[in-house]
Design a protein around this ligand. Sequence first.
Ligand code: ATP
Length: 203
Amino acid sequence: MKKVGITGGIGSGKSTVCEIFHLLGVPVFHADDEARYLQNNDLTIRDQFIGLFGAGIYLSDGSLDRKKLASLVFNDPVLLDKVNKIIHPSVRQCFINWTHEYINEPYVLYEAAILLESGYTKDFDLIILILADENVRIERVIKRDNISEEMVRDRIKNQLTDSQKIELVGYIIENNNSQLLIPQIIDLDRAIRNDNILHHSNH
Ligand code: ATP
């Protein structure tokens, strides 16, 4: 079973692309959802968050105050790094455990927004990057989340640029409005199953 990572900037279409892979029968692990689950439910992680930020980082219903966390770490890379170091090892362990269920599948997907930023790349046979122009991404996210352009741009600021990401990945899916998405995914699925990936640097 191959492990394939899939990433892309905010609004690039990770969820959309993964949904199509899922329809093709590919098991998909959503790292960001898992991280969210662990932040709310894993007692060791809760203790570490409370140690770092105080009990007020959890809301009265027991869930993590994500807005407060975001505002605290936004302009503090050291704190952000500490938060990531609490979360990432547990998410990776969950992923490894999860893969045991799919040992007979040709491949599984690991979807994460900050896969490349987190440096968690060596465990993957292939990393796919979804690319869409920044203006397309901003437009899609404003429409999807009903938030301001400034908020989307703030989130983009904390991610690597696309040109930095391109250097680090093996394959690119283009998801602007000019390219059809489904044929690209069908071709890629077939190539992964047949071990016949044409890496983007060889195009
Ligand atoms: P995030 O990083 O915020 O989780 P994402 O990378 O998972 O975003 P999606 O949620 O898949 O991105 O896509 C963002 C929005 O753009 C969604 O509303 C989705 O329906 C829409 N979208 C994605 N791809 C396309 C496309 N090819 N054509 C039209 N709309 C699209």
